[in-house]
Design a protein around this ligand. Sequence first.
Ligand code: CDP
Length: 247
Amino acid sequence: MKKILIAIDGPAGSGKSTTAKLIARKLGYIHLDTGAMYRSVTLKVLESRVNPADEEEVVRLAEEADIVFDNDNGLRVALDGEDVTEKIRSEEVTKNVSLVSSYPGVRKVMVDKQREIGSQKGCVVDGRDIGTVVFPNADLKFFMIADVMERARRRQAELSESGTELPIVKVVHDLKDRDMKDSTRETSPLKKAEDAIEIDTTNLTIEEQVAKILTFVDDLLMMVQEPVVGRRYQEGSVLNRQGKDRK
Ligand code: CDP
């Protein structure tokens, strides 16, 4: 069966990582969480006691970092041989990741690695610049958005599960700050690709957003599996509609 590459971009808390993980599991594909790569470099910077503002040193550490994903156990991430899956979600890493990932040298190293992993088709890649820069020719692109209050509530619950309690106003403030930095940086800012399908997840459950994306995936897979000639031209298929007008 032909395998495709799916790009999912969007701001923090829009649900892209959870969705990407579930879609990948459903299709038997690899899930590539590019945010986890930038977070791993940030952790390395902090643990090496390098100032995150020291671009040259940060880029050197990014070049040295050995980041490996294990897709078989619910996506674990190893940095230089150590499992850092939980550590990269810390407040300290989150606070510094936007600066570290704004450096063109860091992005070059990460993007090369992402393209290498994604060159095997059958991959769901989530991040900020996947549909625009990393894989502009992705077979399907989604851009997930959600109201900032809803995104903050989700992030607060996530933090609470890992033992960190933060007031909602602080979570909203941090999210807005990161959104602003991620979408205004010069290199590869967070931006919707023109041909991406926008999905507003504010009022959707995880199951609903996964189901929604899978309808597009099914359409496309049906299309690439069958010869177009003679196939019933299905109303609403990705064949005859541009995706962006589909809700
Ligand atoms: O999960 P969450 O939405 O908090 O963020 P993430 O996907 O783990 O990404 C963490 C940070 O990495 C983002 O705020 C961006 O600064 C950066 N990032 C990026 O620059 N490019 C990507 N493709 C993915 C993440």
